[in-house]
Write a protein that binds this ligand. Sequence first.
Ligand SMILES: [Mn+2]
Length: 229
Amino acid sequence: MRIAVISDVHSNLPALEAVLEDLGRVDEILCAGDLVGYASQPNEVVDLLRRRGIPAVMGNHDYAAVTGEVEWFNPSARRAALWTRERLTEENRRYLRSLPEELRLTREGVRIYLVHGSPRDPLFEYVFPDLPQRQLLELVRGVEAQVILLGHTHVPMRRVIQGKLVLNPGGVGQPRDRDPRASYLVLTLEDGEAEAEFRRVEYDIDRAAEGIRKAGLPPELASRLYVGW
Ligand SMILES: [Mn+2]
């Protein structure tokens, strides 16, 4: 069985479309949160993910867009969150509000745990790829799953700790590892074993950047897409 894992789409429809086209044959798609925020097409992105029936967890930007609680954000993220909040349709607002903070699934006998930030702080804590093993162990010790899927950092990650595979697909809509291509992964489950393949996809950054500028959103949200940061 093959499961595509996406995260941090951030209202970037051209990036999401490119990833969905690139997936090939997968049995399921999971989304680790931050559907909205930053770019200019929140409703289009949410509509598409809902139409495809893609299970998702709530990210901090989704939370901010539905609650208006933005005080922890930097100025451009704050502006984008409030801009998004004004534009979300009532239906999409309700959908985002309904997203769970964690998802637990079992596929082919493999237990999978999905969260945006970290198991102890689902919305806000960053788990970067270089987190020391001891701290990572602390985070995942209580999680009864063989595969732990995270988002939030926009940086791809693969770690193995106590037999648990800890993965972050990187960012679809705003990669932050200096590679501007949209990032995602495909999880393969076979005979109770799990492995991940990381993928990058070029997309029409001009289209996303122009949308951001035309919407009057902070221009640095457009320019950063070209450098993947
Ligand atoms: Mn994010």
